[in-house]
Write a protein that binds this ligand. Sequence first.
Ligand code: NAP
Length: 337
Amino acid sequence: MKAWQLKDFGLANLQLGEAVTPVPKAGELLVKVGAVSLNFRDKAILEGFYEPHLVPKDLIPVSDAAGTIVAVGEGVTRFSVGDRVNSHLYSRWLDGEPAHDEPAHCFGSPLPGGLAEYMIIHEDSAVGAPHNMTDEQASTLPIAALTAWYSLVDYGQLKLGQTVLVQGTGGVSIFAIQLAAAMGAKVIVTSSSDENLTRAMALGAQAGINYRKMPDWETEVLALTEGKGVDLLLDVAGGDGINQSIAATKAAGRIAQIGFLTGQSTNLSLMPLIFRQTTIRGIAVAPRSSFDRMNEFLNQHAISPVIDHIYPFEQAREAYEHLSNGAFGKVVISVAN
Ligand SMILES: NC(=O)c1ccc[n+]([C@@H]2O[C@H](COP(=O)([O-])OP(=O)(O)OC[C@H]3O[C@@H](n4cnc5c(N)ncnc54)[C@H](OP(=O)(O)O)[C@@H]3O)[C@@H](O)[C@H]2O)c1
């Protein structure tokens, strides 16, 4: 099969070539990949700053895929040849609390990903792709949409009329705006770009703050929330910004610590955290059961993924460059078409 393989860290070492088409073992599905979408994780893996010691060489990268089952291993019962499925990042985390070793079973490192004509997905971790979405649309769901869903619903317990803050206009945050608005929550969004803020408000956000023009964006959040702060904050920026996130969240409010765009470590000021009694929870996407529940909600509310651009398979490197330069919503690579 044709496959992109990461031979070493760096975009120049992502090379298109031939690889052996995998054969499904007991319980596994062979999926003809229709499309994949890129996440910041894929860029971080490629550049060598995401758990580099776990990245095999060579690696077929990119975790998030949608495609059609073309063969099944012995004993498969959940799906049949011809069904359309999504990959699910934490392939062994099916329900409840995570086990200690979930990161060892993730697609796109250390398991082979979807940037190839075919990939193997265990039937237990596969999720039926929404019927009303193309493979390109469905490929955006496994990390970006599901992380937003889990943060808002399973962890965040977001209720009608509550206020949530999302940072930036990348993959996770745009889904968070769409989902939270559909739940009847008020969304405040931050962005480096006024144009992106306008587009985010058209998707359902009620207020926007340009964090470049207003580096003390947390004061603006307090002004928008009668001095109280938001009920829930989805932090994708990471780094020392966690102190601003605490300041922007109401007393006894929740922060979903999702990302590390500005840094993987932080100087945390403990006294504001203590006095505000904030709960900060690390988020690592979600179990598969949450994916199933999210798909029902997406269907009920007719939510369509926001795709910035779809690249052909041969232009995978350009897709990575696009993500690095900033995308509004998702960057997708069409594999089969
Ligand atoms: N833990 C998990 O389960 C999980 C799951 C998904 C993602 N993540 C992490 O979450 C982060 C976002 O992922 P993604 O895939 O959504 O990324 P992405 O699609 O590449 O989005 C990046 C966007 O974030 C915004 N941004 C950058 N720096 C910012 C800052 N200092 N403050 C506010 N916004 C900022 C920018 O939007 P503007 O151009 O509008 O400013 C940028 O376009 C990454 O660190 C990723 O690894 C974690």
